[in-house]
Design a protein around this ligand. Structure first.
Ligand code: DX5
Ligand code: ZN
Length: 229
């Protein structure tokens, strides 16, 4: 595990007309401060939904000092991912199902100064990507079908988190195990027990009255469950 659980609020559930303010709501001090801000880029092709792209990410980078964790749910990330790294995103995650040459993508992202993330949809097996993952800094395990916030957590994917945790703990992989989809007070403990390091939460943070307090509460819950497990 990383030293403490990382919480990455997803602005997919924020008010898109007030993104700067919404990020400031999770930029406070101490436990209420998000570790990363998760930005869901959707192209209406890889997933049925359409959100935002590079111009908005460039503006967000000027509006916050928090690291941006860009989750690209797009086709042809071989062509488009590099732009997010060059813009200054901290971590750029592409989907294994969409990537043509994932090892080259990771190398390109690193050369542009970003960390590289690989995401797998709920039905995608980890086994096919174990060699590829040696080139990656984060593994984003999707615990819902990508495309929309507010869906129910698919607990079966925790087996992939456990496998990744084991491979990291035994030195076969060096990456942050991240989970995305349906993470809230009812589900975060089982994810923490499975060995997840970083928790993306959209509706659980931005659906709360006080997003900063929600970040603090989720992190505390994950920390308790992670150390108990
Ligand atoms: C879904 C996105 C998620 C989404 C999570 O495709 O990748 O990041 O914002 O939202 P919640 O936490 O509401 O499931
Ligand atoms: Zn996401």
């Amino acid at each position: 595990m990383t030293e403490r659980p990382l919480i990455a609020p997803s602005i997919l559930s924020a008010d898109f007309a007030r993104l700067g303010e919404e990020i400031r709501a999770v930029s406070g001090e101490g436990d209420a401060r998000a570790d990363w801000v998760h930005v869901d880029v959707m192209d209406a092709h890889f997933v049925p939904n359409l959100t935002l792209g590079l111009p908005v990410v460039q503006s967000l980078l000027k509006a916050t000092e928090l690291p941006l964790d860009c989750h690209l749910m797009i086709e042809d990330p071989d062509r488009w991912a590099i732009g997010y790294a060059e813009a200054g995103a901290y971590n750029v995650t592409v989907h294994a199902e969409a990537a043509g040459d994932p090892i080259k993508i990771a190398k390109d992202l690193h050369a542009a100064g970003a960390k590289a993330g690989l995401s797998v949809k709920p039905g995608t097996a980890l086994e096919d990507y174990l060699e590829v993952l040696k080139h990656y800094d984060t593994l984003l395990v999707m615990s819902v079908e990508p495309g929309f916030g507010g869906q129910s957590f698919i607990a079966e994917v925790l087996e992939k988190a456990r496998t990744a945790r084991r491979l990291v703990d035994t030195g076969h992989l060096r990456l942050v195990v991240e989970i995305d989809g349906g993470i809230n007070a009812d589900t975060i403990e089982q994810a923490a027990e499975a060995g997840v390091d970083c928790f993306v939460a959209g509706s659980a943070v931005y659906g709360a009255g006080d997003p900063g307090a929600a970040v603090a509460a989720l992190r505390a819950q994950a920390a308790r469950a992670g150390t108990a497990g």
